[in-house]
Design a protein around this ligand. Structure first.
Ligand code: NAP
Ligand code: ZN
Length: 349
């Protein structure tokens, strides 16, 4: 039987989020039902609610940093058991047959992966509804295990902010000896600092907010640069091997490109919209590269959770109630969260 779910979403780009009810599907044989205990607030949730990227299907119920307890499993599920603590990130389904899925890159599924919210389900055509809800039904492959002993209340942001930063660091071999910089100290950026340090890199934080300099050091960065200070930027030209750029809006990248040394690479994860052009010479001279990275696959997400459990890495969070979500969005826009909001669902949806 389908179940009635309670959640918070919005009907239009200029409307606040409000309480909504909707149906969650009956379990398919390979589905897992999860009672959600915590959900993180990613800047992508806000972008989607406000239709910043176009393509939002209203009403939208966001949330793709999800932790909870398994309450039921379909007949064919063997990997998960009722009562387990589990986590769900940005995807809930993919074809699982194409080359990308078979290689663990479900995010690039040739059929198009089904994202946790605002995506059409392959089978029934309904639009997926995310984690700002009391429960969710997800295909078993897309459900990760929260390692034993982890503090469940702080895990949620790892499912997007964690994997989106872990994946490019792994792809480009960040480790001991890497001079790495992170641009933008927000949800993604603060995880990038922690993960880069844990992988052995020497990490510098590049921020627009002078008061975050001390925070960057506490997160493990050896140095910080205020990006609006031309002298500081000039002094750092050619200093880095790898830059992870998490700025959430379109911006000029030349100033950051010049900070890369020989064969250095900047990976952009934040700005999805059209960007201004850059000067070709800034790539050609010093053999620099610029690229992007999208979330990460499911095997890598589990690897990231296991890595964080082993190294005792958690996001820095501010826990809120579901009915504080609109206030949280306004604060996120004002760059006023250190460094991720997590909604405690047990306090009511
Ligand atoms: P966030 O918490 O709002 O952090 C973004 C940080 O960027 C801010 O804290 C601020 O740091 C800096 N910033 C903000 N506006 C800026 C501006 N106009 N110019 C320069 N710096 C600015 O956001 P988030 O949740 O980390 O997400 C970051 C972006 O990644 C979002 O666009 C999100 O949609 C995207 N995202 C992408 C993926 C992917 O798969 N690639 C996955 C998840 C999220 P300072 O104060 O330090 O300057
Ligand atoms: Zn996200």
């Amino acid at each position: 039987m389908p179940t009635t779910a309670k959640g918070w979403g919005t009907d239009a780009p200029d409307q606040p989020l409000k309480r909504m009810t909707f149906e969650r599907r009956d379990l398919r044989p390979n589905d897992v039902a999860i009672k959600i205990t915590y959900a993180g607030i990613c800047h992508s949730d806000l972008h989607t609610c406000r239709n910043d990227w176009g393509g939002t299907r209203y009403p939208v119920i966001p949330g793709h940093e999800i932790v909870g307890k398994v309450t039921a499993v379909g007949d064919e599920v063997t990997r998960h058991r009722v009562g387990e603590t589990v986590a769900v990130g940005c995807m809930v389904d993919s074809c699982m047959e194409c080359d990308q899925c078979l290689e663990g890159w479900e995010v690039f599924c040739r059929k198009g992966c089904v994202q946790t919210y605002n995506s059409k389900d392959y089978h029934d055509g309904t639009v997926s509804k995310g984690g700002y809800t009391d429960h969710i039904v997800v295909r078993d492959h897309f459900v990760c295990k929260v390692p034993d002993g982890m503090d469940e209340s702080r895990v949620a942001p790892l499912l997007c902010a964690g994997i989106t930063t872990y994946s490019p660091l792994r792809q480009y071999g960040v480790g001991p000896g890497t001079k790495m910089a992170v641009v933008g100290l927000g949800g993604l950026g603060h995880m990038a600092v922690k993960l880069g340090v844990a992988m052995g890199a020497d990490v510098t934080m590049i921020t627009t907010t002078p008061s975050k300099g001390q925070d960057a050091r506490e997160l493990g960065a050896s140095d910080f640069i205020i990006s609006t200070d031309a002298e500081q930027m000039k002094a750092a030209v050619t200093r880095f091997d790898f830059i992870l750029n998490t700025i959430p809006v379109s911006h000029e990248i030349d100033g950051y490109l010049q900070l890369l040394g020989r064969s250095g690479r900047m990976v952009i994860v934040g700005a999805l919209t059209p960007m201004p052009g850059f000067v070709g010479m800034n790539l050609i001279w010093w053999n620099r590269a610029v690229g992007g990275s999208a979330i990460g696959g499911i095997p890598e997400t589990q690897e990231m959770l296991d890595f964080c459990a082993a190294k005792d890495i958690y996001p820095d969070i501010e826990t809120i109630r579901m009915d504080q979500v609109n206030e949280a969005y306004e604060r996120l826009l004002k760059n006023d969260v250190r460094y991720r909001f997590v909604i405690d669902m047990e306090q009511g949806v």
